[in-house]
Ligand binder design. Structure first.
Ligand SMILES: Cc1ncc(COP(=O)(O)O)c(C=O)c1O
Length: 504
């Protein structure tokens, strides 16, 4: 046993809060430092090789070529890089990531992008086409999420953003600024389930909002009673997911939003993953609990057009119950020598072409397209769900519709994930509890894909059952990251991972 193993063993028995307090001192012990360095260095070396697969076959650039290269050559090089990557996701080996991916759809989005490639909605006078597209993306999304049936004097509105994270960051900043001005709250807090997306924690860090995390129940849904207890005089917003990223569980949005309404707080539904699925699932007759503006307590929603909205990557929508709230999101300055400056989101200049392609995607699918896509995804997910339940070593977490998390009481689930990667699969590893998920997309509805997933999963489980001690590849990294009580060490490792991404 190494010193780090001994300390890990000891710390795993302590309250995580004490461990966090002790961590700085423990990391000053030279033996611990040496061990951490040794372990992270060896993992880092393996990782670098896997993250930089093109070094041998393609030239690298650390400075501009002295003379510009010919365009055909550049495009040919890009094409061969793309060709190496495409088969994996297009043949449905990847969880989430590419949500539509049919060739004709991709070409259509690329055409829409090309038409508007120079557009920047910061210059709304030059490109009013983009403001038209964005206003309509927001209106169509709001309508889909119950805006026209919203009670009271709701006037649902919103903005287009660059992705789910930006939608969430903006909403949290909005509540912080709203509560400061309207209620005089200077030490804001947000109440959120432990399963809410990491983007909320990012918002908490960026905007100095204290995150107050509440536990989830055995179905991985937020604990309502805990939410009630967590609200203080400083709470500015309560959060729920529809559904959550890790286990695909839909939080009790109705109860949470009523709680927020009673206490005159904001309530944010994170429907980044579900906003373009759940409304259609409901129409198809699936049991979908209410989560949108039809609930009077829901004051904002994040919803990703670049996931199940089937737009190209780089767009999402954040919606508010009324324009007054949206005003706290905007940035304006009237004193800058550069002139009157105002922007709705974090960015200044923005890629108008992505909004154009998003608008085009929504129009080309229409209600019938989304309904049909949802039907295919939910039927495929139900098949996968049912088949996983027949594998004795595995069990499913909660009662998911299309983000299916599974774990094992008998095997190391990260080894199963590693083994699946030998069959070509890229699944998401999760922890607390240790599990793996498949986020089902249209890619998995292609003939044969779901059957192949199940066959490969059975083979992987069998392989791990026969060789439980062969912990190779990513399995030990996940194992360490999931179990190491020194969370700062794990964070430092992740920073090093990011450094590697930027190495030429
Ligand atoms: C529930 C949920 N919220 C937020 C996000 C963040 O979205 P993005 O990666 O587009 O920033 C995700 C991403 O998967 C998600 O699943």
């Amino acid at each position: 046993m190494t010193t780090l193993d001994k300390i890990t063993h000891l710390l795993s028995r302590l309250n995580p809060r004490w461990v966090a307090a002790l961590e700085k001192s423990l990391r000053k012990i030279p033996a611990v430092q040496r061990q951490i360095q040794k372990e992270t260095q060896s993992i880092g070396a393996d990782l670098e090789a896997s993250l930089k697969p093109y070094r041998d076959d393609f030239s690298s650039y650390t400075c501009l070529p002295s003379v510009g290269r010919d365009r055909d050559g550049i495009l040919a090089e890009m094409q061969s890089l793309k060709d190496r990557e495409e088969a994996r996701w297009s043949q449905g080996y990847v969880s989430g990531a590419v949500y539509h991916g049919d060739q004709a759809h991709i070409e259509f989005l690329s055409q829409a992008y090309a038409i508007h490639s120079q557009a920047n909605p910061l210059h709304s006078d030059v490109w009013p086409s983009i403001t038209k597209y964005e206003a309509e993306i927001v209106a169509m999304t709001a309508h889909m999420l119950g805006a026209s049936q919203a009670t009271g004097d709701a006037q649902v509105c919103g903005t287009v953003t660059s992705g789910g994270t930006e939608s969430i960051l903006l909403a949290m900043k909005t509540y912080r600024d709203w509560a400061r001005e309207r209620k005089g709250i200077t030490h804001p807090e947000m109440v959120l389930p432990v399963t809410a997306h990491a983007a909320f924690d990012k918002a908490a860090q960026y905007f100095r909002i204290k995150p107050v995390r509440i536990p989830v129940d055995r179905l991985f849904k937020a604990d309502l009673a805990a939410a009630r207890r967590a609200i203080t005089r400083n709470t500015v917003v309560v959060v729920g997911s529809a559904p959550s990223f890790p286990h695909g569980a839909i939080d009790p949005i109705e109860g949470l939003s009523e709680l927020a309404l009673e206490r005159r707080l904001g309530f944010h539904t994170d429907a980044c993953l579900g906003g373009f699925i759940l409304p259609w699932a409901e129409k198809l007759g699936y049991p979908v609990p209410p989560f949108d503006f039809r609930l009077p307590g829901v004051t904002s929603i994040s919803v990703d057009t670049h996931k199940y909205g089937y737009a190209a990557k780089g767009t999402s929508v954040v919606l508010y119950r009324d324009p007054e709230l949206r005003h706290y999101q905007y940035y304006t300055t009237a004193d800058w020598p550069g002139g009157l400056y105002f922007s709705p989101t974090f960015a200044g200049s923005r890629p108008g072409a992505l909004s154009a392609a998003c608008w085009a995607a929504m129009l080309s699918l229409g209600e019938s397209g989304y309904l049909e896509a949802t039907r295919r995804i939910l039927e495929t997910a139900a098949y996968i769900h049912k088949e996983i339940e027949t594998i004795p070593d595995l069990y499913i977490l909660g009662d998911p519709l299309y983000v299916i998390a599974f774990a094992s009481r008998t095997l190391d689930i990260y080894q199963v994930m590693e083994n699946m990667s030998h069959h070509g699969w890229s699944l998401n590893g999760l922890h607390r509890p240790s599990c793996v998920h498949l986020c089902v997309t249209l890619r998995h509805t292609q003939p044969g894909v779901a059957g192949r997933f199940i066959a490969d999963l059975k083979a992987s489980v069998e392989e791990v059952r026969l060789h439980p001690d062969e912990k190779t590849g990513i399995a030990p990294v996940y194992g360490m990251a999931a179990s190491l009580p020194l969370r700062g060490v794990v964070s430092d490792f992740l920073k090093k991972y990011l450094d590697v991404l930027y190495k030429v």
